[in-house]
Write a protein of this length. Sequence first.
Length: 230
Amino acid sequence: MGYQTLSISLEGGRALAATAFQSDAATDTAPQKMVVLMHGWGADSQDLVPLAPMLAAADTKMAVIVPDAPDICSANPFGRQWFELASPDLASDIIARACRDGVPIIHQMLDSLSADFGVASENIFLGGFSQGGMIALSAGLDYSRPLGGIYCLSGGWLTPHQSIAQENSLPIFLAHGAIDPVVPLAMMEASRAALLSAGLAAQSLVRPAMPHSIDEAVIEALAGFIAKNG
């Protein structure tokens, strides 16, 4: 399939633009596994699309879906956002509520992708970078159907008091840079502790010299996480 543009249907006639990638070796092979990779605040899908071949390299039966967030970013009209960052304090109730308000769109996206590609929800890995990873945790944990796993890169769990519909055995992967100046490492550490308190054990990776970004070691670790649990 290589790269392909698609439209993901949502309720109310809305849709998300997205890019899908599957190895060219799988041109005539329907995907059996799916990775959803959501971008950060103020970016768009093209920011992460180059990572798709790296994630799919070892599995020709896996599709990587990189969607655009639904709304134009309030601070960057050329980028998009999954929810409004109305406070500089990522731990604030305002941010948590905004994140929760964005959850239904993620659920609708998962429903559409599962139906359109014929991939069972338990074979879908939901995650993203920064804000994309944040909403992946909030939306994935209370998604009504079982997921294959959730991952959050340079983000955190903003809604630790939410309801959780997933099993305690759900695979979760967290990765963060030790010198991240945007989302401090402390947020990942607090998220890991909160997940553990909720009965969910997360695999984690800290990159000593990595700022707010995704390096090759993180991609390799994420690919390994997906392969192990898929």
